[in-house]
Design a protein. Sequence first.
Length: 253
Amino acid sequence: MLENKVGMIFGVANKRSIAWACAESASSNGAKLAFTYQGERLKENVEKLAGELPDSLIVPCDVSNQSDVDAAFAAVGDKYGKLDFLVHSIAFAPKEALEGEFVTTTRDAFRTALEISAYSLTQVALAAAPLMKEGGSIVTMSYYGAEKVVSNYNVMGVAKAALEASVRYLAADLGKQNIRVNAISAGPINTLSARGVKNMGSLLGYVGEKSPLKRNVTAAEVGNTALFLVSDLASGITGETIYVDCGYNIMGI
Ligand code: NDP
């Protein structure tokens, strides 16, 4: 499905990362992949995982550092000469902002969360566009807390709302270059980031019980939806937020 396609994957921290599930789906369908990792701390993890994949590239990239972003895209341009798709699967908020009441969010926590979790999508889309010479597809990861209040999710919910709005504005701007931009709103999954949100365990239990499919979604299911969105099968879809949450979002009382 993705033969001769080159993808760039942001956000692999370890094998539980949603980004890694996206990479596995894309790679097993023929894509060549470039991976970014945030810092030395994660380098070994990412090298171990990505090293298993043929013709992959691994580059450091902390999105709060513009020169890292520029260097990462330059490395992709040098190695592959083009880019067909990008998976943006990164988010961050200070731990103290992910518990208690939203009203106590500090200016610094707000700025950091919005910059890393929302602005970074625009930052990478701008850098990716010149490499997407034959069009392309960009996918990011959102969550239900963007639209409804989820206890402890707090400023990250505000960041995800900004992320989903960014998807629509980017889709409108980049559509003329045949670049599509979509979000996946994933149900809760037990990853490193998720564990940063207080009481994540009980959230998983609650969602698993209430959702129509009576279970939690898996990272592999999110990865397969990302595969669909970056493939030509989704050539008519842009600016959307697609739920991969075992149906949880449709439930009322
Ligand atoms: P992971 O912790 O596995 O992935 C998050 C990634 O973001 C990590 O690789 C992390 O690196 C990276 N990151 C954080 N700050 C920066 C930065 N400044 N520059 C570059 N990378 C950075 O968790 P998930 O796979 O769960 O998260 C992936 C995405 O999915 C996030 O956007 C998350 O909000 C979203 N999501 C997750 C859900 C879940 O329940 N797990 C549900 C819905 C959406 P580091 O570890 O170094 O911080």
